[in-house]
Design a protein around this ligand. Sequence first.
Ligand code: NAD
Length: 371
Amino acid sequence: VKLGVPKETAAGECRVALVPAVAAQLMAKGLEVRMQPGAGAGAFFADGDYHDVRMVEEPADLYREADVLLRVQPPTPEEIDLLGPETAVLGFLDPLGDPDRVARLRDRGVTAFAMELVPRIARAQSMDALSSQASIAGYKAALLAADLAPRFFPMLTTAAGTVRPAKVLVLGAGVAGLQAIATAHRLGASVFAYDVRPETREQAASLGATFLDLDVSGSAEGGYARELTDEEKRKEQELLGEQIAGMDVVITTAAVPGRPAPVLVREAEVTAMRPGSVIVDLAAETGGNCECTVLDETVRHEGVMIHGPRNVPGKLPVHASEMYARNLANFLDLLVDGGHWGPDWEDEVVAKTVLTRNGEIVPDAVRERVE
Ligand code: NAD
């Protein structure tokens, strides 16, 4: 099997789908690796670090020669048109967010695997790219908040007086939220957390957060949250609003798969916060958990700074690429047998991750959206 690793073309994307150590492991298993020169540069991996990897200058050649294309970001329409029907593509493909792209992959006849669809079962943890990237985002969100805040996170007792710790509220205690809690706690903040899934209470507490009790429960299948009813949303917003006003920092990470981000912080709550407070909205790319969020900007609303960063895992490209490449390599183990292409289509992880195959869209939930 020949793997192809192009240079990512999305604006500001510094990650790469394969790092030198993982490329070496795959080649030791009998796979060939071809890359576009400079593909690793954004993550500080030089072409020379990829020993024995063949560099292919022209993307069109790389796409044509590869059996399996490894990507971070979804391919553009032009890139999809470079794929042959025998090619497989593996990467984040935004299956629920972009029906046109899914239709194009289907029409091209390629076998596409969307890393977002890897089931969250114990056996697939080592392939769970959503989790590896979310934990990076959570860590960075706490640092972005600390950087923007005009005050300390830790408590300090100094000759110039005593500083009380910052109060940090993390909304959404999934993978990203838990890492944000842990990071803010390590920085010495007084951390509070809330999630609609009651089972997150203990996880948040074990990382040092005080869980807010709002008595709204929205657990759904597979460990994900469901969208709340209008009445539940109103109750959640009202109860949260009272808490938000007393916080110095709010980090929001709430998401519901395939739905716009739930609004947890309305403009009125932002206005009620003290000037100098900070909101970091990790859901900015899917519409934002805060009404005032503007993607890719830091806006000021009555003295409150609201930051809506894009592609946060990409801000730590070294480790984000290393973890992502390991996720891909572990998944490839299910597709390649003794160096040859041979997916076990009966395997639950393979069956659930495949997005398009033989000119069809495989997951029902995605097919319904496209048709
Ligand atoms: P996610 O990114 O889909 O959502 C982030 C968090 O937002 C979730 O915890 C969700 O409950 C929360 N949320 C949604 N709506 C909300 C609202 N209105 N108010 C407050 N919070 C809201 O979630 P994720 O981080 O990808 O994790 C989802 C689940 O998957 C978790 O249970 C996680 O433990 C589980 N998981 C399991 C495995 C595994 O078993 N292999 C691996 C990774 C994650």
